[in-house]
Design a protein around this ligand. Sequence first.
Ligand code: S3P
Length: 172
Amino acid sequence: MIRSNIALIGFMGSGKSTAGRLLATRRNKTFLETDALIEDRACMRIEDIFNQFGEERFREFEAQVVAQVSAAADAVISCGGGAVLRPENAALLKASSIVVFLDVLPETVLWRIGPGSRIRPLLEGVDREARVNELMAARRPVYSAVADFTVRTDGVSVDEVVSIIEEELDRL
Ligand code: S3P
């Protein structure tokens, strides 16, 4: 299968959506976002799915949406931070997409996910710093293993992140 999609993976606050939108425009591809497609499918906001049905139900929706976006062509896919944790999701994305890991330091995440940013149910009502550190430590090896290449996003503008992604894509 020709991998005509580019999937952006990484932690909450790594800039997948902003970089993804710009990358899609520059590469003339369709922009898809798993979280937005889950909200469409469930007719509910992400935080309401978590609150009313729990994380497992959210992950079921997410798996359905990963299958949906993996069947797309010529898309830039911004994947929710937990989307590649199920091996079957990771396999579908790898088969259909060049997978790019946007890496970010915990302190950058904590700074970006401040008041005013959208609600992340996994980071609500907990010690955020501890939770971010714990989730990041568990997930970074998974993101790295799934990705074709990694781009660091700390202290780098969205424009630069996208340019680095494009250079790496051209090298592949
Ligand atoms: C999640 C990340 C969120 C969203 C949900 C769960 C996660 O997406 O899918 O809150 O498990 O890391 P973003 O990575 O776009 O914030």
